[in-house]
Design a protein around this ligand. Structure first.
Ligand code: AMP
Ligand code: ZN
Length: 112
């Protein structure tokens, strides 16, 4: 398996764990864009949002709730941003679906 985030999930590549459960793993982004920058990935390999089907409804809900719980754990009471870069136009660089949780600074809008 050549997928970077699959290797992070199985521990072949080291990461700083933030949260984990039976369906997902969350770890610190290696190039943080905000004081809090956590990546939340499903343990199962899904390439991107482009591959989602109706069968992924529970998993995607689970990831959203995990993001909300991690944000609370990190004390992001003033708000935060959750981003899912998707495909080439979406700026996705790692082809294993992931949520970015960004917080503890004012992020501005629209993104560049
Ligand atoms: P994206 O551009 O949305 O595909 O996001 C990929 C993210 O993975 C980027 O923010 C990278 O900084 C991050 N990243 C790449 N390699 C690692 C790694 N080994 N550990 C933690 N984060 C990583
Ligand atoms: Zn993967």
């Amino acid at each position: 398996m050549s997928c970077l985030f699959c290797k992070i999930v199985d521990g072949t590549i080291l990461s700083t764990a933030i949260y984990q459960d039976e369906l997902c793993y969350a770890f610190a982004d290696i190039h943080p864009m905000a004081p809090v920058h956590v990546l939340i990935v499903p343990r199962e390999h899904i390439g991107s949002m482009l591959e989602l089907t109706a069968g992924d409804k529970d998993l995607m809900g689970h990831l959203a709730i995990a993001a909300s719980q991690i944000a609370a754990q990190q004390g992001l009471t003033n708000g935060y941003r959750v981003v899912i870069n998707t495909g080439e136009d979406g700026g996705q660089t790692v082809e294993h679906l992931h949520l970015h949780l960004l917080g503890r600074r004012n992020l501005g809008w629209p993104p560049g």
